[in-house]
Write a protein that binds this ligand. Structure first.
Ligand SMILES: [Fe+2]
Length: 187
């Protein structure tokens, strides 16, 4: 249940998204993801850490282009009546990772019964080295603008430590898909 689509984003979209992250990651709607026990404060995300923080997340307003990309994903896979992960603001999470930051091995929750949680991930800024996604022990070293789509509730995944001072910027689109739809997409 893994799929890679090359060059899903345009160069213009990539630069708009990165600029938005550069300008906003110091705001309080970015919080420490706490996914690296050895290097705290190396990754910040707009994902709601717990429900008490919903009010903080509610002030996030992503750029229009972020929503256009979401629409394009939904059209591409013919996704209708979509449920988004409840911890995502309008189905979207933005993250920024700094030097040494990694994400330990985990799988994500299934939020609704009989669904599979799927993430469509885009690295819009690649670090000099590292920051590579590993799914079930296989590396997926995608390029800026490529889409890495996979069933995060079914597959263990982790991200290797970021090397160098250039941060890794990730845009994640989450979908809670029913089993038939997931099967159709990953067949
Ligand atoms: Fe995850």
């Amino acid at each position: 249940m893994i799929k890679v689509l090359k060059d899903f984003l345009t160069h213009k979209e990539i630069s708009i998204l990165n600029e938005w992250t550069d300008q906003n990651h110091d705001q309080n709607f970015f919080q420490d993801a706490e996914m690296d026990i050895y290097y705290p404060k190396t990754r910040f995300t707009t994902r709601i850490v717990n429900t008490n923080e919903e009010s903080i997340s509610a002030v996030v307003e992503y750029p229009e282009e972020a929503y256009q990309i979401q629409k394009r994903i939904q059209q591409y896979f013919n996704l209708n009546n979509i449920l988004y992960p409840p911890t995502f603001r309008n189905g979207i999470v933005n993250g920024i990772g700094f030097q040494n930051g990694s994400i330990c091995k985990h799988s994500d929750p299934m939020y609704y019964e009989n669904t599979i949680t799927v993430h469509c991930n885009f690295i819009t800024q690649k670090p000099v080295a590292g920051g590579v996604t590993i799914i079930e022990d296989h590396e997926y070293d995608i390029e800026e603008g490529d889409m890495l789509m996979y069933a995060v509730s079914e597959l263990n995944h982790e991200v290797t430590p970021i090397v160098g001072t250039k941060p890794r910027i990730l845009w994640c689109y989450g979908f809670c898909l029913n089993l038939e739809k997931a099967k159709e997409i990953f067949k």
